[in-house]
Design a protein around this ligand. Structure first.
Ligand code: 5CA
Length: 149
C-alpha cells in the first residue's frame, strides 16, 4: 500500500487502486496497461500559475494550452520543476494523483474528461492507477472545470 492508498483508506472513499507491473508512468503506458482509450487517462500535470503550484487534470488525448490554464489559474503559467511538483503534491512526476495532495493545491479539470463513463488516474506511483466516474473525480479533487486544450 502506498501513501496515496493509505490516504484513501483514511478518507474512506470507495476507490480501488490497481497495480500494473508493466508500468503506468505515462498516459500511453497507462492506457495500454488498462486497455482503455488514451482519452480516459487523467494526466495530473503540475504547473506554477501566478506564483503558486496548481494541478491540471487533462485527458490523455489532449494537449494542455497554457494560455487557457492561465485564463483560469492566473498568469504567468509554467510547468513546475520536478522538485516543486513533489513538494506541493507529495508525489513524484509519473505518479501524481488528482487529489490527496500534501498541500492545498488548486485543481483545474479538462472538461473533456466528463465525456467518458469512467476515467483512470495515477494513484501515487508510476505503476498504479484507479478507475473513477469523472463527476466523482471532480468532487473529490474539488476541481474547477475548464476548457484546457
Ligand atoms: N501515471 C501517468 C498516467 S496517469 C502520469 O502520471 N501521467 S502524467 O502525464 O500525469 O505525468 C507525466 C507528465 O509529467 C508528463 O506529461 C509531463 O508533462 C510531466 N513531466 C515529465 N517530466 C517532467 C519534468 N522533468 N519536469 C516537469 N514536468 C515533467
Amino acid at each position: 500500500m502506498n501513501r496515496f492508498e493509505a490516504w484513501l483508506r483514511g478518507a474512506e472513499f470507495d476507490v480501488h487502486v490497481k497495480e500494473f507491473p508493466a508500468g503506468t508512468r505515462t498516459a500511453v503506458d497507462a492506457a495500454s496497461a488498462v486497455g482503455c482509450e488514451l482519452g480516459q487517462i487523467v494526466k495530473s500535470l503540475v504547473f506554477v500559475a501566478a506564483g503558486r503550484p496548481v494541478v491540471a487534470l487533462v485527458s490523455g488525448s489532449n494537449r494542455l494550452d497554457e494560455r487557457k490554464l492561465a485564463a483560469v489559474a492566473g498568469e504567468p503559467v509554467a510547468k513546475a520543476e520536478a522538485a516543486i511538483a513533489r513538494t506541493a503534491t507529495g508525489y513524484s512526476i509519473g505518479g501524481v494523483p488528482p487529489f490527496g495532495h500534501a498541500t492545498e493545491v488548486p485543481v483545474f479539470m479538462d472538461r473533456d474528461l466528463l465525456g467518458y463513463p469512467v476515467v483512470w488516474a495515477a494513484a501515487g506511483r508510476p505503476d498504479s492507477v484507479f478507475e473513477i466516474d469523472p463527476a466523482r473525480l471532480r468532487e473529490l479533487s474539488r476541481a474547477e472545470v475548464a476548457d484546457l486544450k
